[in-house]
Design a protein around this ligand. Structure first.
Ligand code: ATP
Ligand code: MG
Length: 429
């Protein structure tokens, strides 16, 4: 992709309305634009990141045995009356009527919807377990939308739902998701701490929030300092271990009954990027999702729900990975892997070397954004640093003559001069 043709409306100045760094950088890097409070349009660069995050989430859910579906954003009020949540949800729910005067709502979550789908098709324990998820827009009319996409009103969520015959199966499904979440967040370059959490509107009694630590986080969190040194790659044995180490959000934390000695207890701020709940038969009983067991016994199915804030993650990743010059994308979600900078557009040798480099990277299936604009070098460096692509290939007239390129690693700032072939080899690896 050539930057001269790309829609990348970067801002030179810090936007007044943004209070936290991720919001500032997303606006400055031309990733999103606000439509109304808490509602955003995603521009090309932001869309690429959002879709890449969704894809990592999808791959990890599929690897954990979940199946993707796609449920609507608009739901009938009637369904929520059956679960008893229609009135309780209050002003956060956006409600309206269709032309036939039927009450509708824009879904803030999908427990009712998935339970209805399940109820109408599954009758026997033999069809269990099942775990279905979708990646879909949600609407919650938050009192105070803020921090850009971190607390939006319209936001993209992965929400999944498990169905099991009994508690033993349901806990297994819960632990399976617990592990899948650790893997997902690790792939996104994040260290997420699973914390005992309040079950709020969803209901139920077993629940973990996955929080990343950040000064700008909205939650106050408390955890055993053992979490500070846990950096191993996620594996199944970790589930029980992590569930046994104390960590809790402020709603759940009770200083009077906290089992952690004061000198081991860390207090910090966190961003909630995922939340898992076991809620048993709360929705299946209300909506009549009944299955028949091995000896003819009929019971409401055992369920849990599992959310990941896909659009919030875009901001959360930036909070966790940036410097004074801009964003630093982890490879797994970077909108392009390489930013190619032509230091002197119009110079024949430079143009040729850059054209060849772009073509070679494209052939090697390495995504590249080629800054071919006629701009000052300083402005080009600043834009590339701002948008945070993991690698920069810089080609000026002298280097082009000598058949050399400069390779810069955005994260470490390390620079190296080498041949185009050697650079390609590094980038395609
Ligand atoms: P919060 O406590 O932050 O309001 P929640 O507990 O109400 O979130 P859940 O119902 O657990 O949210 O939703 C699952 C995930 O969706 C959350 O872990 C979070 O990452 C994301 N999410 C929730 N609300 C928002 C929002 N207003 N904007 C962006 N992402 C959100
Ligand atoms: Mg939550």
């Amino acid at each position: 992709m050539r930057l001269s043709e790309y829609f990348l409306p970067v801002l030179r100045e810090n936007p007044q309305e943004a209070q936290i760094v991720s919001h500032r950088l997303m606006l400055r890097a031309g990733m999103v634009r606000q439509s109304s409070a808490g509602i955003y349009s995603w521009l090309p660069l932001g869309t690429r990141v959002l879709l890449r995050i969704a894809q990592v989430v999808r791959e990890e859910m599929d690897a954990a045995g979940c199946q993707e579906v796609l449920m609507p954003t608009i739901q009938p009020a009637e369904l929520w009356r059956q679960s008893g949540r229609y009135d309780g949800y209050g002003k956060e729910m956006l409600r309206f009527r269709d032309r036939h005067d039927r009450e509708m709502l824009y879904g803030p979550t999908n427990e009712e919807q998935i339970t209805e789908i399940f109820r109408d098709s599954v009758k026997s324990y033999r069809d269990l377990p099942k775990n279905l998820y979708h990646i879909q827009w949600k609407f919650r009319d938050e009192v105070r939308p803020r921090f850009g996409v971190m607390r939006g009103r319209e936001f993209l969520m992965k929400d999944g739902y498990s169905f099991d015959w009994d508690y033993v199966g349901a806990k297994k499904s819960y632990d399976n998701m617990f592990l899948a979440y650790l893997k997902t967040f690790a792939r996104l370059g994040l260290v997420a701490i699973p914390m005992r959490a309040d079950t709020g509107q969803i209901g139920g009694d077993l629940s973990h929030e996955f929080q990343i630590l950040a000064e700008t986080g909205e939650s106050e969190v408390f955890y055993d300092l053992a979490f500070d040194s846990l950096r191993a790659a996620p594996h199944p044995d970790m589930v029980a271990e992590l569930q046994s180490i104390y960590a809790a959000t402020e709603e759940k934390h009770d200083p009077a009954s906290c089992p952690v000695a004061p000198e081991r207890l860390r207090r910090a701020r966190g961003i909630e990027i995922g939340h898992i709940f076991y809620f048993g038969t709360k929705y299946s009983a209300a909506l009549g999702a009944i299955v028949t067991g091995p000896d003819g016994e009929q019971r409401p199915v055992e369920s849990g729900s599992y959310g990941i804030g896909v659009s919030r993650l875009v901001g959360a990743i930036i909070e966790a990975s940036h410097d004074a010059n801009g964003i630093i994308w982890p490879d797994s979600v970077a909108p392009f892997k390489v930013g190619l900078i032509n230091l002197k557009a119009g110079d024949a040798a430079c143009d040729r070397a850059c054209g060849e480099m772009e073509a070679a990277l494209t052939r090697a299936a390495v995504s590249v954004l080629h800054d071919d604009r006629d701009e000052r070098a300083g402005a080009k460096f600043a834009t590339m640093d701002l948008i945070g692509l993991p690698w920069q290939v810089i080609i000026g007239p002298k280097a082009a003559q000598a058949g050399r390129v400069e390779l810069k690693h955005r994260k470490t700032g390390e620079r190296q001069e080498l041949s185009p072939e050697a650079a390609l080899q590094r980038l395609a690896g």
